[in-house]
Design a binder for this molecule. Structure first.
Ligand SMILES: [Zn+2]
Length: 419
């Protein structure tokens, strides 16, 4: 089924922000885990010729992501245009204050505002939201299929059905079968799906969200990483050839978290605090998700829940004293300075250094899954990410780009930012 209906350029509003998309297809890509150095190294090696052309006539800059620098936190911010204080998604897990249980935020009821994808679909755009990981589809995909759009993940592309996903037999549209989730292919497949949907006239407003398996495993200069970026570039070329306005950003960067011998540098915060203060506290690792092979549930951000509030200042001071811990904020400060929802975070938020991760106890993390050292994210040092646009910026957005633009402004730049 190919439709030749004109593309709607009706403006729409989401969460108080206005979007005025042009009548060209718009493809926004979240290159999961793409610290700017991945692009610099691949571009310098001549492996991303389409991206080189795109930013030559368009824009390349840096923007600040949301903290903690995790995938769900930032994807939620990107599709709503709002910080985590509004979306309520402050990690993959939170401690429900009413039940005392650790809850995985894997369904739409945890998202506290609507998405701009839903609003775009209602305004008449043919929206496609394609993710690598199924978990993002379930949390952020509400309201799109009901308004004529398409939503599926490469992880479960073979389960896509017209009634629930907006499309039957998605694999035949893309032209090849479901990829392995633990592969670079899972990301390339998302871009192939996006390009095929535009080429076939099935979508004109796309959010394509990749997975960071490759970035967790490989540094920018490794040959596997260069090959991967070459494959991404080929699909960016396809989107550009199909006439798309292409914009891209990342949810977070990625850093090696090892000592000089190559062994993971881990601070077990719950073990450390209990040895100094006794029981009555609990550490939550909000990076924890079903994809443990990526990172062993170790990132540069944890939350501490404390039974006795009077102990909190002393614990904060103790943690800040540890080498490798860079920032410790209490709930009120974290809500203010990290833009987090106070009821979805701990009494303390703990951030670690560029080369260090924070965890719970040694028993809670299986380091054996981390073959070849640990690369991870979650903290301040993975906060700055690229913003790329295939079009030159207009005067207003040139100025905005020099202020403090965010990765969750990417749809704003894509819809409103060009000449
Ligand atoms: Zn990610």
């Amino acid at each position: 089924m190919t439709t030749n209906n004109p593309i709607s350029c009706a403006p729409f509003e989401a969460n108080g922000r206005q979007y005025s998309p042009s009548a060209r297809p718009i493809a926004v890509i979240c290159i999961d885990g793409c610290g700017d150095e991945y692009l610099s190294v691949s571009l310098a090696a001549g492996r991303m010729p389409n991206l080189a052309t795109m930013i030559g006539s368009g824009y390349r800059g840096l923007v600040r992501g949301a903290l903690p620098s995790f995938t769900n936190v930032n994807n939620s911010a990107i599709v709503t245009g709002m910080p985590p204080s509004v979306t309520g998604i402050c990690g993959n897990f939170f401690l429900n204050p009413d039940t005392g249980e650790e809850v995985m935020m894997n369904s739409p009821e945890y998202l506290r505002c609507g998405t701009l994808l839903h609003a775009a679909a209602k305004s008449g755009r043919r929206v496609a939201f394609i993710t690598a990981k199924e978990k993002l589809r379930t949390v952020l995909g509400e309201g799109i299929v009901e308004n004529g759009g398409i939503v599926f993940s490469s992880e479960k592309v073979d389960e896509a059905k017209l009634a629930s996903h907006g499309v039957d037999d998605a694999e035949s549209i893309i032209g090849r079968p479901r990829p392995d989730i633990y592969s670079g292919d899972a990301s390339v497949y998302v871009l192939e799906a996006g390009a095929a949907l535009v080429e076939q006239g099935r979508a004109d407003f796309l959010y394509l969200s990749l997975t960071d398996f490759m970035q967790h495993k490989f540094a920018p200069e490794e040959s596997e990483s260069l090959d991967f970026h070459g494959r991404i570039d080929a699909q960016i070329g396809r989107l550009l050839d199909a006439g798309c306005v292409v914009a891209a950003t990342a949810d977070h960067g990625m850093n090696a978290k090892n000592d000089s011998e190559g062994n993971p540098k881990v601070i077990y915060v719950e073990t450390l605090l209990k040895s100094a203060f006794g029981e009555g506290l609990r550490v939550i690792c909000p990076i924890t998700d079903p994809y443990v092979v990526h990172h062993g549930a170790l990132g540069s951000f944890v939350m501490v829940h404390v039974d006795e509030p009077s102990k909190i200042p002393e614990m904060a001071a103790f943690l800040l004293d540890q080498s490798g811990i860079t920032e410790v904020m209490d709930r009120e400060m974290a809500a203010k300075k990290l833009e987090l929802a106070p009821d979805r975070i701990g009494d303390l938020c703990v951030l670690s250094a560029r080369d260090t991760v924070v965890g719970k106890t040694p028993q809670d993390h299986d380091l054996s899954v981390l073959k070849g050292g640990l690369r991870s994210h979650g903290g301040r040092y993975e906060e700055m990410v690229p913003l790329l646009l295939s079009e030159p910026l207009n005067e207003t957005y040139r100025r905005k780009a020099q202020c403090d633009p965010r990765n969750f402004d990417v749809f704003d730049f894509a819809c409103n930012g060009s000449l």
